[in-house]
Design a protein around this ligand. Structure first.
Ligand SMILES: Nc1ncnc2c1ncn2[C@@H]1O[C@H](COP(=O)(O)OP(=O)(O)OP(=O)(O)O)[C@@H](O)[C@H]1O
Length: 247
């Protein structure tokens, strides 16, 4: 489904690669977690795959479509939920979602009922006509999520979709994503919540300094690390305890 070959990114004027010669295959219907310390290259990787950032070298295909030659078709089959809210604060939740839906060619009563349905599922039905700047962080995260999936993408990219939200919102978001996955959406997400990733992901890769240092099913990785009882302990065993500060 997603074939990544020798993908690299070096930002202008940077003295090191943020993603380096990365090879990875993600299969259809997987929930794949990209985990790693601060500055490991998670956002850089997901931004390249979701066509927000141009790779320095290497290639990838999504559902057989190449980012170099078939970008237009590729953009139609992916959904993006970025780390920063991509919402207009002075518009209502409904108006925001109408705008995002129309960007994907959705319109009329079909779009309206889709928006209402999703707002309802994510507990925002009664807030449809309230301006987004009045929303809490958890409410904004849920609207941000709906904006990325209204067009029913085959592949969904999410960059830390549960950062800064309470347990209830996190629960609603994760359950909703599981449902989408069961209906056939392949999910690639980044997170620092290793407990969440352990339960949510079918497969994970830990990256550090732009390279994959281990990958597999969470349960298998925990078994392979004799000293580890959970994914967080695998993570610390593989990435160490040193702080990661780069500028
Ligand atoms: N626009 C940019 N220009 C230069 N360097 C950048 C830019 N964006 C990111 N970097 C650098 O690239 C590296 C990878 O950053 P990236 O944001 O991809 O990491 P991350 O794993 O998502 O980190 P975090 O967990 O903190 O979000 C870091 O060293 C960062 O400083």
């Amino acid at each position: 489904m997603i074939e990544i070959r020798q993908l690299s990114k070096k930002y202008k004027d940077a003295d090191r690669y943020s993603v380096r010669n990365l090879d990875l295959t993600i299969y259809e219907k997987e929930i794949f977690g990209i985990l790693g310390p601060n500055g490991a290259g998670k956002t850089t990787l997901i931004s390249m795959l979701s066509s927000l950032l141009k790779p320095t070298s290497g290639s990838f295909t999504i559902d057989g479509l190449s980012y170099q030659n078939e970008m237009k078709q590729l953009k139609q089959i992916i959904g993006i939920v970025p780390q920063e809210y991509a919402l207009y604060p002075s518009l209502t939740a409904f108006e925001n979602l109408k705008y995002f839906g129309s960007m994907y060619g959705l319109k009329g009563s079909a779009l309206h009922s889709k928006i209402e349905e999703h707002l309802e599922i994510l507990g925002l039905g009664t807030f449809a006509n309230k301006k987004v700047h009045t929303f809490s962080g958890g409410m904004k995260r849920r609207v941000n999520l709906i904006a990325g999936i209204l067009h029913r993408p085959k592949v969904l990219f999410l960059d830390e979709p549960t950062v800064g939200v309470d347990v209830q919102s996190k629960n609603a978001i994760i359950n909703y994503l599981k449902e989408l996955n069961q209906k056939g959406t392949t999910i690639l997400y980044t997170s620092h919540h290793l407990n969440e990733a352990e339960n949510f992901c079918s497969h994970i890769a830990i990256i550090d300094l732009g390279e994959i240092i281990c990958k597999g099913e969470p349960k298998t990785l925990i078994k392979e690390h004799k000293e580890a009882e959970n994914l967080e302990e695998v993570f610390l065993a593989r990435t160490g305890k040193a702080l990661r500060d780069y500028a």
